[in-house]
Design a protein around this ligand. Sequence first.
Ligand code: SF4
Length: 341
Amino acid sequence: MNRISDKEAVQMFHSPGLLPAGLMADRLRQELHPDNTATFIIDRNINYTNICTAHCKFCAFHNDKGYLLSKDALAEKIRETVELGGTQILLQGGLHPGLPLEFYEDMMGFIRENFKIHVHAFSPPEICNISNISGLGIKEVIKRLKDSGLDSIPGGGAEILVDSVRAGVSPNKCTVSEWLEVMRTAHKAGLRTTATMMFGFTETVEDRVEHLEKIRLLQDETGGFTSFIPWTFQPGNTRMSYLRTAGGVDYLKTLAIARVFLDNIPNIQASWVTQGNKVAQAALRFGANDIGSTMIEENVVSATGVSFEVTKEELIGLIANAGFTPARRDSSVDFAPRQVF
Ligand code: SF4
């Protein structure tokens, strides 16, 4: 399939109907993953702090008088995760104003000393925050985090990679060029990362395509993104609670267009956390080949009042019922199916 241009992607968004985009995406998914597997992982989202200086309008999670997890609490959460068969933790927090790089190095070292688990941690806004507080460059921060135990970086904090959109909803967070620079630096340092897009708030479809274009260009340059994870803004308990959430049709169409546009990113992940099980299952026919994780714990989306839960057995059933072979992947590094069910 030939690469589509940004103009063609915008036309796909404006064209009526859902199925043409879905069929193209499903065909490309089959070409990229001919073994017909759809993968998942068992992991836990651990948020080490909800204290955050950014005050993004779309966030229901931050709290100026919030918490900072103790090492004991962190260890307990990781221990539980390992006992439940988890192979990864997604470790993220708010932009805490008072923690230097040494705090994060110490946390990584503590995890490495006590557990054998993949640490997927610190999205670009957190890396920029650590860099600002410590007075060190992005390259130095990433190198030191990697040396102390960081395995890969989540693509959070991207929302929409268009500065005019970010200025309206998250003016205190990193800019587009900073987000991309963190990812470029991480990829060059040998760390793999994911990329995300939160959509369905004030952005236009042209903004969504501009976001996809920036991800695709960086992937052409570095090849470091393992997967792309689009998910919808959840307005509950946020300062934008007057907005309606994007529906399943918008979600599936956006997912499908992302699959087609991002022809250089191997994996597209469905979001049952924001869409529920049934739409996530349908997403496997709209370009997704991975259904995310069981998320033993999740705090950010649930703070908006949206709460879905899913067990490993349910994920396996969802995948099998959609006509795919369920396979658990070992870590976020390469998404290769390891244990087939
Ligand atoms: S989305 Fe992240 S950076 Fe923004 S306020 Fe919430 S915790 Fe802070």
